[in-house]
Write a protein that binds this ligand. Structure first.
Ligand code: HEM
Length: 216
């Protein structure tokens, strides 16, 4: 029999998983519409970064717009369900991962996109490992929050990962007159820029507010 707190936790996981399924289906439908191959792995990858990006974006959104405060509880669940999609993407991209263990990949310089993905996934794994009250109490609030903020660095690594893999396609799409809708990888990359810019704005607002208090 589940305790009320466990039931609440299970309900948040269930709601977040439903949301993740909807995001996955929307990505899948978009890629199918564009007739892009490899749509399952790409939808999994795009869902991963949309969920993890949203989990970080929520802090900035709630700071500026109080009506979204109800979403703050979902930060943890979006991060963890997004991370599960990240792991699934790694398994579906096993060939690219395995190439990191071949000398030719390093001598040809082709290691960068996969390495950026692995570093990002490593950072997200640390965040996932500390996303519980036990870790928070052991680490102390300051160190705990510091570790969770490395998530923004991970988003930058995912951005690099996608730019290195996809930017040549974006350039030909643009120079050939943008005859189709933009690729999903371009849209999620713009989303990642929004996540980082919103965080920088939040830091600036917090810094300004702290300066005002100092002057009182
Ligand atoms: C949390 C970590 C990661 C995230 C969020 C992520 C995200 C993404 C995204 C958004 C794309 C573009 C999908 C599209 O074209 O619509 C992508 C592509 C790709 N990623 Fe990752 N990635 C991660 C880690 C990794 C790792 C560790 C590997 C393997 C070493 C990897 C291998 C690939 C490959 C091979 C593609 C190209 C897929 C294709 O064009 O079919 N990724 N990734």
């Amino acid at each position: 029999m589940l305790k009320p707190s466990q039931r609440r936790e299970a309900m948040f996981y269930a709601k977040t998983s439903l949301f993740a399924a909807a995001v996955f289906l929307a990505c899948f439908a978009y890629l199918k519409f564009l007739d892009i191959p490899g749509e399952v792995n790409k939808s999994v990858a795009d869902t991963a970064i949309i969920l993890m990006g949203l989990s970080m974006l929520i802090s900035s959104i709630c700071y500026y717009w109080n009506r979204f405060d109800w979403t703050i509880i979902y930060r943890k669940y979006l991060g963890l369900v997004g991370f599960a999609f990240g792991i699934a993407h790694l398994l579906l991209s096993w060939g690219a991962f395995a190439s990191l263990f071949r000398a030719t990949t390093w001598s040809s310089g082709a290691y960068m996109p996969a390495l950026a993905g692995v570093v990002a996934l490593g950072i997200f794994a640390i965040m996932a490992a500390v996303s519980n009250t036990f870790a928070a109490s052991k680490l102390g609030g300051k160190a705990w929050r510091y570790i969770l903020r490395t998530g923004y660095l991970a988003v930058i690594f995912v951005f690099l990962h996608v730019v290195l893999l996809k930017s040549a396609r974006w350039v030909s799409w643009f120079t050939e007159g943008m005859k189709t809708l933009p690729s999903l990888s371009l849209l999620v990359s713009i989303f990642m820029v929004v996540v980082i810019v919103m965080r920088l704005l939040l830091w600036f607002s917090l810094w300004k507010a702290a300066k005002k208090i100092d002057q009182l």
